[in-house]
Design a protein around this ligand. Structure first.
Ligand code: ASP
Ligand code: MG
Length: 450
């Protein structure tokens, strides 16, 4: 299940954690170069089997041996949450949400215990922690719960005593004492919320990619790893389809100014640091190109141009919990307008079904759709101070003869909908139109930030 509310603006305030004051912005408040408090999160691929868990244990041990304090957060062994989910779905068509949470949370219980054992085998003291043992309090929205408060005393006492906590990600505890989960991919959010609460110097998301790239390297051969990116850009990229981080974790990190680093578990490297914007930072106009393949668009043409029509069309879609992304209505001619919007491809058929009666009741001319579209976006904080980004994007699409079907913009992004067949071409041409294959000025000069 995918939480519908992974969108911007829905992170609950963490109780007991001060929002950063302006003087902290852009600074990393370290405990001195020789000792830092680091939250390290390892994803499903990183803890994919016993041998990998042993490698992760060695990696954590290396951080401990260089004098750092570490709190580890783990995901379930790769594929395990899917396996448990499938088991639950064999028991019932609509399995009980509380029992699904009890079932799915089991994956992280296994990996946290195994990693604690792995650390012990290397001569380090360690202890696994499930959500109720911390406790990590959430609301009661099962399968999509939000973290409300994390008790830090037991974890920090453990750290201070030299016993490294290995926290089961993704799970929480409701007020009623039930196990909750944060939505698929939610252990990133566990790690960031924990880092915010204990005021960690850095939250490291250790994963199977070595950082955030200017575009998907599987599509663009000369895509580059970004040394830094801002929270806002990362949030746009995460929401626009880049799968590197759980969007809610980025939002948390931005809100509480947690320095967040994405890096490879098994390859050495600095990864990508996600930080506040600051004046010293090299600001390319566009930092990255993102895409989402699984989109569909629906058009109701010839709708009356009178108040209430948009609400009659989008209302039933929203009530069916279907997420609508872009919406475009053209100017009316003869008192009639065309209304077009996009939904996820999985919701295409259901949305068309829902709107058939609406089309009849509005006496609209026709209801049509296309479920072979894709969305391509360019993102960058530098857009705020530069004009002409949209024009450059349109030029690039024109040069490749790619028809733009819909357009939407925000302060730091421009998105277009194109025929799915041209997705890869569009991504590649935008990557080169915005010069993303070239090293930035900061990198050429050997940026101290890299
Ligand atoms: N194990 C959970 C999942 O597969 C949580 C996570 O990996 O972040 O969604
Ligand atoms: Mg994940």
């Amino acid at each position: 299940m995918v939480c519908a509310e992974q969108a911007v603006g829905l992170v609950a305030p963490l109780s007991g954690v001060a929002e950063p004051t302006s003087h902290q912005v852009g600074l990393v408040l370290g405990r001195g170069a020789d000792m830092a408090l680091i939250v390290q999160k390892y994803g499903g691929t990183s803890v994919g089997d016993v041998e990998r868990i042993q490698r992760v244990a060695r990696r954590v041990a290396t951080s401990l041996e260089s004098g750092h304090q570490v709190i580890v957060v783990v995901s379930a062994i790769g594929g395990e949450t899917d396996r448990l989910d499938a088991l639950g779905r064999q028991m019932a068509v609509h399995p009980d949400a509380q029992e699904m949470d009890a079932l799915l949370a089991a994956g992280e219980q296994i990996s946290s215990a195994l990693l604690a054992m792995g650390l012990m085998a290397l001569g380090h003291r360690a202890r696994s922690y499930l959500a109720h043992q911390i406790p990590m309090h959430t609301d009661a929205q099962h399968q999509c719960a939000r973290i409300e408060k994390i008790e830090t005393a037991p974890l920090m006492a453990s750290v201070a005593a030299g016993v490294t906590p290995v926290v089961a990600g993704f799970q929480g505890l409701s007020e009623a004492g039930r196990i909750t989960t944060l939505g698929r991919g939610g252990s990133d959010t566990t790690a960031v919320a924990l880092a915010a609460t204990v005021a960690a110097d850095e939250c490291q998301i250790c994963t199977d990619v070595d950082g955030v790239y200017t575009a998907d390297p599987r599509i663009v051969r000369n895509a580059r790893r970004l040394a830094r990116i801002t929270f806002e850009e990362m949030l746009e990229l995460a929401s626009l389809g880049s799968k590197v981080l759980h969007p809610r974790s980025v939002e948390f990190a931005g809100k509480y100014n947690v320095p967040l680093r994405v890096l490879s578990t098994f390859k050495p490297g600095e990864g990508t640091l996600i930080t506040m914007e600051n004046e010293l930072m090299e600001e390319p106009i566009v930092s990255g190109v993102a895409y989402a393949r699984n989109e569909a668009k629906i058009t109701m043409s010839g709708v009356p141009d009178v108040p209430g029509v948009a609400s009659k069309i989008i209302g039933p879609v929203g009530r069916a919990q279907i997420e609508v992304d872009m919406i475009v209505q053209n100017t009316a001619a003869d008192g009639l307008a065309d209304f077009t919007f996009t939904v996820g491809r999985k919701d295409y058929d259901a949305t068309l079904e829902l709107l058939k009666p609406v089309c009849d009741s509005l006496s609209a001319r026709a209801l049509s759709g296309d479920n072979r579209i894709a969305k391509v976006s360019v993102v960058g904080v530098g857009m705020r101070s530069h004009a002409g980004v949209a024009a450059r994007l349109f030029d690039a699409m024109a040069a490749e003869n790619i028809n733009i079907q819909m357009i939407s913009t925000s302060e730091i992004k421009v998105s277009v909908v194109v025929d799915e067949r041209y997705l890869e071409l569009a991504v590649r041409s935008l990557h080169s139109a915005f010069g993303l294959g070239e090293p930035s000025a900061g990198e050429r000069e050997g940026s101290p930030l890299a």
